[in-house]
Design a protein around this ligand. Structure first.
Ligand SMILES: [Ca+2]
Ligand SMILES: [Ca+2]
Length: 265
């Protein structure tokens, strides 16, 4: 498919950083592989699996993944959506004229069986949200895609941050893009401080308590609106605030300049 370069980093509520910040905690290094799941039928059913790690590369010791194809070419149905963890990275893809959604959940030992909110809160993790960020390293995506990251303390106390993640072209960004989501941003239930394109929603019992984190859940393209998407994420970690957000800003400008030069051709 044609690949167009779109400016800059993932996400409004995040900043692109070339430098690696010091690690506070691992959420998932994707070093524990998980067999490919492929859904080819639009029938309201999705596929799920869980893997356990013997190490410390996955928070809570278990990872759930899921995939569901949602839209297909009406004249040529059968296009698939798939998800897997292999070679140290999570990959999600949908075939030509096909849309779908992917799920990654960290909630302890209970296997996910749906795209609904988690009902088990087995992580037992605790973070100080001040000056702390969730960092996603996207090493490749051939288009923009919707992304939702949910953090849950209980079924009523949670926060979800929804945003549009932008294309990551490895020819221009060989090290991928680090997206930094401030933990404090998850507490902004009224969207007072959210940047354009970022929407925070919270449960009836209020925002997640980062001191009592029971489950984390990422949903890739929740509506399946992006067709023929391929993306790869190679780690999710919790890191301190980067030393210089000014440098980050310069990085973003650099990417914007590249885009303008290419589109002028
Ligand atoms: Ca299905
Ligand atoms: Ca689980």
């Amino acid at each position: 498919m044609k690949k167009t370069l779109i400016a800059a980093a993932v996400v409004a509520l995040s900043f692109s950083s070339a430098a690696n910040a010091a690690l506070i905690s691992t959420i998932d290094l994707f070093s524990t592989s998980q067999a490919k799941l492929t859904d080819t039928v639009v029938d309201g059913n999705a596929l799920f699996s869980q893997v356990a790690t013997g190490g410390t590369d996955i928070i809570g010791g278990y990872r759930d993944i899921g995939v569901e194809v949602l839209n297909q070419d009406p004249f040529n149905p059968g296009g698939s959506a798939s998800i897997q963890v292999a070679g140290g990275a999570l990959s999600f893809s949908t075939e030509s004229l096909t849309g779908g959604r992917g799920l990654v959940r960290w909630d302890g030992s209970t296997a996910a069986m749906s795209f609904s909110d988690p009902t088990i809160f087995g992580l037992g993790a605790s973070f100080n949200p001040f000056g702390t960020f969730i960092e996603l390293k996207t090493i490749f995506s051939d288009g923009d895609f919707g992304f939702e990251l949910g953090a849950f303390t209980s079924s009523t106390q949670w926060s979800k941050v929804s945003l549009i993640a932008h294309e990551v072209n490895p020819a221009v960004l060989p090290n991928g893009v680090s997206s930094l989501l401030p933990l404090l941003g998850f507490l902004d239930c009224t969207n007072t401080f959210s940047l354009p394109g970022v929407v925070v929603t919270c449960g009836a019992g209020g925002a997640v308590d980062w001191g009592n984190l029971g489950a984390l859940q990422a949903i890739i393209d929740p509506t399946g609106s992006k067709v023929a998407l391929d993306l790869t994420i190679n780690q999710v970690t919790v890191v301190p605030e980067p030393a210089s957000l000014a440098l980050v800003g310069l990085g973003l400008l650099g990417v914007g300049a590249l885009r303008r030069r290419r589109s002028a051709k």
